[in-house]
Design a binder for this molecule. Structure first.
Ligand code: AMP
Length: 127
């Protein structure tokens, strides 16, 4: 598992607009925001993808959601709502292989989150 740019942000080797930090996690503004408020919440210990989450990571992964809720409250988005997203691998749109929650807020979001896209195959089943 190789280092990513997020390791450099954790180590403060490159700048980031940090909005929250504690012993388990770091939250900073996304460099390419997709909403008026777009923050990434990452564990300090690197986990590459959702597929790599182990049972012992329960606390830190749950903690990311606690931080998301706290930030949404702090920045005034809790009541109107917001979206929390974690992408996984290529089809999920993941580009940085260090687990992160996207916290997006400040506009009314559409659903479903994809548009004008066809399924990869007709074999996808929802049981
Ligand atoms: P994902 O595509 O889900 O892996 O999300 C990675 C996110 O990291 C993207 O939204 C990028 O804009 C963001 N990103 C990449 N480099 C930086 C950086 N140096 N500082 C802040 N956000 C970054």
């Amino acid at each position: 598992m190789s280092a990513t740019i997020f390791d450099k942000i954790i180590a403060k080797e490159i700048p980031a607009d940090i909005v929250y930090e504690d012993e388990l996690s770091l939250a900073f503004k996304d460099i390419n925001p997709q909403a008026p408020f777009h923050v990434l919440i990452i564990p300090k210990r690197r986990i590459a993808t959702i597929n790599d989450i182990q049972a012992e990571d329960r606390e830190v992964v749950g903690h990311l959601y606690v931080v998301a809720a706290r930030l949404a409250q702090q920045y005034g988005f809790a009541d109107d709502g917001y979206r929390v997203v974690m992408n996984c691998n290529r089809d999920g749109g993941q580009t940085v292989y260090h687990l992160h929650l996207h916290l997006l807020a400040g506009l009314t979001m559409g659903w479903p989150p994809f548009a004008n896209q066809k399924p990869k195959s007709s074999g996808v089943k929802h049981e």
